[in-house]
Design a protein around this ligand. Structure first.
Ligand SMILES: *[C@@H]1O[C@H](CO)[C@@H](O)[C@H](O)[C@H]1NC(C)=O
Ligand SMILES: *[C@@H]1O[C@H](CO)[C@@H](O)[C@H](O)[C@H]1NC(C)=O
Length: 351
């Protein structure tokens, strides 16, 4: 079988990702990053005791809070901080199961060892995501970072995680929680909804899709009779049973196939989610995704919090707090990420 061109795009993207990872780490090769061991976190007395035969039983338990995140060498510092923040603000940290999705081409044993050495007591599993299946569907977009195949892993959680996991909170790697994740995970999804997320109904959808999309009546009718609101896919509560029943992965892939032929949107993994789910999700309080703290997509300008209470800070956008802190050019709010940074600096290694 001849190799299709997207395979070459994938390697180019991989190269760009590696280069940006090197830049982000200010010259340090990401794989040499050493992380400190986090403190152990204990359940409070009121937490239910999860009685299971083994680790697999725990990773299946309906009583556990299930969290899914991606794991790669470029963002691992962010992932470690996110995990620490989840544990630290949880009243039942020992009842959390982490499901990490890594590229099938990544060194899973290295990722596993890295997590275990910082969180020796963590209940977690690493799943291999075959990114070649999705890179076939990815069209090149203006921001190559968004086209990293692992970005699309959130669309495949229902297949990747064992079928006994029925509900999961998906989290991006560039965020920290300052509240108990059990509250977010307990979001009521009603009789039919597949997912819940904070939504923004004043967003103008015109900008998310191309004129090709809007001028095609068959396509643009997708949003007819729907109160479609924007939502950020970096924080989602997903009913995996309903997702599997409705075959939503297939529905997202169908839009990606159309995108490859016709270019109906500019950004990466977000628009297919909007096409399938916008208008049909359960709204979550905005405190659970104070997003945009990474700043402007092109210049990385600093952003402020949206008004209101804060349970989760999300550095979506181009700038990442670890990169700005390393470069000695932090934004004011990056100081709120720093306490969760587990990176072992050369100084602390020597001491
Ligand atoms: C993966 O990482 C481990 C260290 O945990 C190392 O021993 C091994 O050689 C690595 N494998 C590959 C294929 O790089
Ligand atoms: C959305 O933006 C487009 C293009 O600027 C404009 O024509 C349209 O009126 C806007 N819609 C709303 C509801 O503001």
């Amino acid at each position: 079988m001849p190799k299709p061109p997207p395979v070459f795009d994938f390697h180019l993207l991989l190269l760009l990702t590696v280069i940006s990872a090197i830049n982000a780490a200010a010259g340090a090769w990401p794989i040499t990053q050493q992380f400190k061991e986090a403190a152990q976190f204990y359940n409070s007395l009121s937490c239910p005791t999860i009685i299971v035969a083994d680790k697999d039983g725990f990773l299946c338990s309906d009583q556990a809070v299930h969290v899914a995140m991606t794991l790669d060498s470029a963002y691992i510092r962010g992932s470690m901080a996110a995990v620490l923040s989840v544990l630290q603000h949880s009243s039942c940290p020992q009842n959390i199961a982490f499901h990490f999705v890594a590229s099938a081409t990544a060194n899973a044993s290295l990722l596993r060892a890295t997590i275990s050495s910082s969180f020796p007591y963590l209940n977690f599993q690493v799943y291999a995501f075959d990114d070649s299946s999705v890179s076939r569907l990815i069209s090149t977009s203006i921001r190559s970072a968004l086209d990293c195949p692992l970005n699309y892993a959130r669309s495949y959680l229902a297949n990747l995680l064992p079928s006994c996991v029925r509900r999961v909170v998906y989290l991006d790697s560039d965020l920290v929680l300052v509240d108990d994740i059990a509250k977010l995970s307990a979001t009521q999804l009603g009789d039919n909804s597949v997912l819940a997320a904070p939504e923004h109904c004043n967003a103008n959808f015109t900008y998310y899709f191309t004129p090709t999309f809007w001028s095609n009546p068959t396509l643009s009718l997708t949003f007819a009779n729907r109160e479609a609101c924007y939502f950020n896919t970096g924080v989602m509560v997903i009913d995996l049973d309903r997702w599997r029943q409705g075959d939503y992965t297939r529905k997202i892939e169908e839009w990606m196939e159309i995108q490859k032929r016709m270019r109906i949107y500019e950004l990466g993994s977000l628009p297919p989610f909007l096409l399938v789910f916008a208008g049909n999700i359960v709204p979550v309080d905005h405190r659970w995704n104070q997003h945009g703290l990474g700043g402007d997509n092109f210049r990385g300008l600093c952003r402020d919090l949206h008004p209101g209470p804060v349970s989760l800070l999300h550095w979506s956008g181009k700038g990442k707090p670890w990169a700005r802190l390393d470069a000695n050019r932090p934004c004011p709010l990056d100081a709120l990420w720093a306490p969760y940074d587990l990176l072992q600096t050369p100084f602390t290694l020597d001491s």
